[in-house]
Write a protein that binds this ligand. Structure first.
Ligand code: DNO
Length: 355
């Protein structure tokens, strides 16, 4: 496993690369061209510049999170083929720069959804949190307004203002799309891109829907073991794989995380490992990574990844805001660095006890 951190690029991230470089064991970053809209081609020059900047800081560009999929592709509208062609061109350009891992999602309208970005915990740290009651009480058009004062001036991925300005239109686009239709559109997309992935050895890693159930009546399909296996068998190709995100699948307490990991042997290309603390099945917050700070057994999660021979990039995920840091919610330096060290500690112990 390669320990990495997510980095949004110097125009978007509050954390500079040199600080990431000083976290022991972190050798790579997972990054993106944040200014690109879905459906736009990423040129080889742009990718090269990103990669060169990361390498100049002594790190590796270990993969992309995300090359976003357009709503035309997700809804299967007539112009989807144009967007798929652009997506393929981006994949080719990434491969020319020797990048072989692409994380993406197939969530309608909203990417990940949280109802609080700065819930205060007893130790004074602040964390991202979710309650179903808050979602049920809100008009989706006001979703962003309800949290916008808590973003610390940053633009959060999936919550870009230009996208949220047209939430109503987006809901209209998806009004005839149910789970079955979304599966069909995902299949169409994957079938179209797999020849390119085969040719250039690109691993596609779908990110789960977060939370792992329908919000605002929208269909959500990448939510549990059954659906993820359906997705993999409908386009049965090792390049059609998953981002295993413990914090997203873990939102549904019925998901047995170590069991899911074991069932996905060979198809996990990327891992996000973090913990959640539950107050009820639909009220949770993003705790520190340590097992005893939340609900999940982080040892069992890392052990399952180790046991299936997972050797791709792993990253700590959303961290708490601690020590007066001001950063993009979930993506400060300090708590993610603690997470990276803790996960590596678990891994060292697992490796040595297996010798
Ligand atoms: C949230 C992230 C997601 C993820 C995308 C992948 O912090 O985990 O925004 O990057 O869903 O496309």
């Amino acid at each position: 496993m390669e320990m990495t951190l997510r980095w949004y690029g110097s125009n978007f991230d509050t954390v500079p690369l040199w600080k990431i470089r000083q976290i022991p064991g972190v050798t790579g970053v997972i990054s993106s061209l944040m200014s690109k809209q879905p459906g736009e081609v990423w040129t080889q020059e742009e990718i090269h510049a990103l990669k060169a900047e990361i390498e100049a800081a002594g790190l590796r560009l270990s993969g992309i999170e995300s090359v976003n999929v357009s709503d035309a592709i997700k809804t299967g509208s007539p112009d989807r083929d144009k967007d798929i062609a652009a997506y393929i061109e981006t994949l080719e350009n990434l491969a020319k720069e020797d990048i072989h891992l692409v994380c993406y999602n197939f969530m309608p309208v909203f990417d990940w959804t949280r109802t609080e970005l700065a819930r205060v915990r007893p130790d004074g740290s602040t964390v991202l949190a979710y309650t179903q009651e808050a979602v049920d009480a809100i008009d989706p058009a006001n979703m962003f307004d309800s949290i916008k004062d808590q973003t610390n001036g940053t633009i959060m991925p999936g919550w870009e203002p230009e996208r949220l300005a047209k939430v109503k239109e987006l809901f209209d686009l998806y009004k005839d799309i149910d789970d079955e239709k979304l599966f069909e559109n995902l299949k169409y997309f994957l079938e179209a891109i797999m020849p390119t992935c085969d040719k250039y050895n690109i691993n596609m890693a779908i990110h789960p829907d977060d939370p792992a159930w329908s919000v605002f009546g929208l269909p959500r399909i990448i939510i549990n073991k059954k659906n993820i296996h359906r997705m993999m068998s409908m386009v049965d190709n090792p390049h059609n794989g998953v981002t295993f995100c413990s914090g997203s699948y873990g939102t549904n307490l019925e998901n047995d995380l170590p069991d899911m990991i074991r069932s996905l042997k060979g198809r996990i290309h990327f891992a996000h490992v973090r913990n959640l603390q539950f107050h009820s099945p639909t009220n949770f917050e993003e705790s520190g990574h340590l097992s005893s700070d939340g609900t999940f057994d982080m040892y069992e999660i890392m052990k399952a990844l180790y046991d299936i021979g997972f050797d791709g990039p792993v990253r700590p995920d959303h961290g708490r805001m601690i020590w007066d840091e001001v950063a993009m919610p979930g993506y400060g330096l300090y708590d993610r660095a603690l997470g990276a060290m803790y996960l590596q500690g678990l891994l060292e112990a697992i490796e040595k006890s297996n010798r």
